[in-house]
Design a protein around this ligand. Structure first.
Ligand code: 5GP
Ligand code: ZN
Length: 116
């Protein structure tokens, strides 16, 4: 989709090193990390928000979660734990209108709704 930052990252128009990529999803470091591990997992197809998920396309969420867990194990943060987060809409704090799952960990995360 035009003017979508994350579509541009997928298409290579904005440079970002992919930590993982498959037919359906890609993962890369958040440009503004709030923890030692802060990775975004996104679908290759443009889906604006969770409000666009339905029974026909919800498998993409399962793909994103499975990749996040795989990366967490690869980074060695699974035993101490981590946070998976999908923000939705204005009140959810969503800034980029292309669904993304945050994988956040590597340090204790405090329940600060403004930073997390
Ligand atoms: P949201 O607030 O929508 O859940 O999260 C958007 C995230 O995307 C933020 O954590 C922000 O740092 C990250 N972000 C925004 N633009 C870019 C970019 O161009 N490259 C990367 N790697 N991350 C970005
Ligand atoms: Zn997009």
């Amino acid at each position: 989709m035009e003017d979508c930052i994350f579509c541009k990252i997928i298409q290579g128009e904005i440079s970002s090193d992919f930590i993982y990529e498959s037919d359906t999803v890609v993962a890369f470091n958040d440009v503004n990390p709030i923890a030692p591990v802060h990775i975004l997992i996104i679908p290759r197809v443009h889906i604006a928000s969770m409000n666009d998920i339905n029974s026909d396309n919800s498998m993409i969420i399962a793909d994103m979660v499975a990749v996040a867990v795989e990366i967490a194990k690869d980074k060695g943060i699974e035993k101490d734990g981590y946070k998976l987060l999908i923000r939705t809409g204005k009140n959810g704090g969503q800034e980029v209108s292309h669904i993304h799952l945050h994988l956040i960990g590597g340090a204790p995360l405090h329940e600060d709704i403004h930073s997390l």
